[in-house]
Design a protein around this ligand. Sequence first.
Ligand code: FES
Length: 88
Amino acid sequence: MIVCHCQHITDRDIQAAIDWMRAADAQSIITPGRVYHALGKSPECGGCISHFVATMRQDDRVGVPPDLCNLRSQQEKDVHHEGQRQGY
Ligand code: FES
């Protein structure tokens, strides 16, 4: 099924790009821009992006790797006092 008509990208192309990116780096965060880049293309009109993202989300491997989840809350815990004295 064609997902992006401007660049003639199919759902199989997107899945193949995700397969390739996961094989190359299991910790990478996969975005639509990275999928376009992996396919050697770039979006033109942008009209397909919601369908493009929906197609990507059908793949369980697109999510954020568990090691990278909750990094912001972890950093906030680590930098509680920012090196300042308690009574400052
Ligand atoms: S349909 Fe995908 S960029 Fe236009």
